[in-house]
Design a protein around this ligand. Structure first.
Ligand SMILES: Cc1ncc(COP(=O)(O)O)c(C=O)c1O
Length: 447
């Protein structure tokens, strides 16, 4: 099926737009950085002020929730440090992500090990580093947690079918995570008998969820689990609503406030006045809109003389950070320096020798007819699941470099590894705020 889409932003004025012109979707500090530094491409530039804004917007839209930033979305040290300073908690998936968060100022009590697939040795490590909150979705992982992290708080991830409607998740999780609700009841009961604090349950509605009501089914399911557990004297106190909050790509998502209202209404409907701590784990919604990937055109080619659709090969592709173009799930907005001229349909592909390294073929993107090798193509809203997904060196192409602006954080960061190096200038010496767990753990819905 071919989906026809308007792609590049219409030019504001005149002939080929210089990089310095105002560009919708690219912040002034990012434009200035690209103009002054002319970094080697491909690279990702993150505007930390936009990260902060988005964090505050999430908090404003979900004022009753404790925010655990999903580090996997963008593990740049500057991003993690900024969010720690702003009082975020962190959802981590591995020992390396724990180390990263603690090194950037997070306290262990602000960290949730939310990956239900983990080695016993990784649980031991997390516990040694002070982490006391763990997700699980299987008996074996639960036993590992009881053995290696005694007395910790645990929440069970439940498998909830997310809506498959047109307006649903752009990148659904399938059935890899979570267990059936009946099993969650048994496992949480077991957790309590193993000496753990069986505090709650979680579910995830799939990433880039465009339906604000998608949480309702999961909330209803957890409410039923809570009722069953009440009968076994294991009171459920924590509901982890996961991530899924959207960013802006070609499709503009509904406003965040609508998500907050829909979820709050659903929690009240299903849980009534029950005191409940609500957690969310947004990743994409906090960092995606803050990032721009600058790429360069490697080649523009036609497959035959009468082929109307040109192939545009960029110096970034599926393996260089654009993994979310698989099945064309995420459709980035594109901007070129030649957007003022006439456009024509294109297939967009990456630079590697891999036949799957094609970004958009089903969707019809249109790019300027005079686009040529050496021109820049900027991908907007690219701050999430890009640098963290880049391969180490497939075909010898280096992983995606991340830069953070404004200027006091102008240093490339090994975003994927999160390891400290000679760079690492931070975002200032603001006094570190307490994480929201401390601040609002007593906030309950229904009181
Ligand atoms: C357990 C968990 N929480 C939160 C997230 C973040 O999701 P999103 O970026 O859609 O907010 C993910 C994403 O993979 C996840 O696996």
């Amino acid at each position: 099926m071919t989906e026809s889409l308007v792609t590049t932003h219409p030019p504001e004025t005149g002939s080929p737009r210089p990089d310095t012109a105002r560009t919708p979707g690219i912040s002034a500090p990012v434009l200035e950085f690209l103009r002054e530094r002319r970094p080697e491409t491909p690279c990702l530039v993150i505007d930390l002020d936009v990260v902060a804004q988005r964090f505050h917007q999430v908090r404003a839209a979900l004022p009753w929730a404790e925010v655990y930033y999903a580090v996997k979305a963008n593990p740049a040290r500057e991003v993690v440090r900024l969010l720690a300073e702003l009082g975020a908690n962190f959802d981590v998936a591995s020992p390396a992500e724990i180390d990263l968060c603690l090194a950037q100022g997070a306290r262990p009590e602000c960290v949730s090990y939310s990956n239900p697939i983990k080695k016993l040795s990784h649980i031991e490590y997390a516990y040694r580093r002070g982490v006391r909150l763990f997700a699980f979705d299987s008996e074996q992982d639960l036993e590992h947690i009881a053995a290696a992290a005694p007395g910790s708080s645990v929440f069970c991830r439940i498998l909830v079918a997310s809506p498959t409607t047109e307006g649903g998740a752009r990148t659904p999780f399938g059935t890899k995570f979570g267990c059936a609700p009946e099993m969650a009841v048994d496992l949480l009961h077991r957790a309590a008998r193993l000496g753990l604090d069986a505090c709650g349950a979680s579910f995830h509605v799939g990433s880039q969820q465009l339906d604000p009501t998608a949480w309702d089914a999961g909330i209803a399911t957890v409410a039923r689990v809570a009722e069953e557990l009440d009968q076994r004297s294991v009171p459920l106190r924590v509901l982890n609503l996961g991530g899924g909050f959207p960013a802006t790509y070609l499709e503009t998502p509904p406003p965040l406030a609508g998500y907050g209202a829909a979820i709050e209404e659903s929690v009240r409907r299903h849980f009534g006045d029950r005191p409940l701590r609500l957690l969310v784990e947004p990743g994409r919604a906090i960092v995606a809109d803050a990032g721009v990937i600058r790429s360069e055109v490697v080649l523009v080619a036609r497959k035959s003389a009468d082929d109307e659709r040109r192939w545009v090969y960029l110096d970034i592709g599926r393996y260089g950070g654009l993994a979310e173009t698989e099945n064309e799930a995420i459709a980035y907005r594109l901007v070129t320096s030649r957007d003022s001229g006439p456009t024509g349909p294109v297939v967009i592909a990456g630079p590697t020798c891999d036949g799957d390294d094609v970004l958009y073929q089903r969707r019809v993107y249109r790019l300027p007819l005079d686009l040529r090798a050496g021109d820049h193509v900027d991908l907007l809203g690219a701050g999430a699941y890009t640098a963290s997904y880049a391969s180490v060196a497939f075909n010898g192409f280096a992983p995606l470099t991340t830069y953070c602006v404004p200027a006091d954080a102008l240093s490339p960061t090994e975003a994927a590894s999160g390891t400290a190096d000679a760079h690492g200038n931070g975002v200032g010496d603001k006094e570190r705020r307490r994480c929201t767990t401390d601040v609002i753990s007593k906030t309950v819905v229904g009181q």
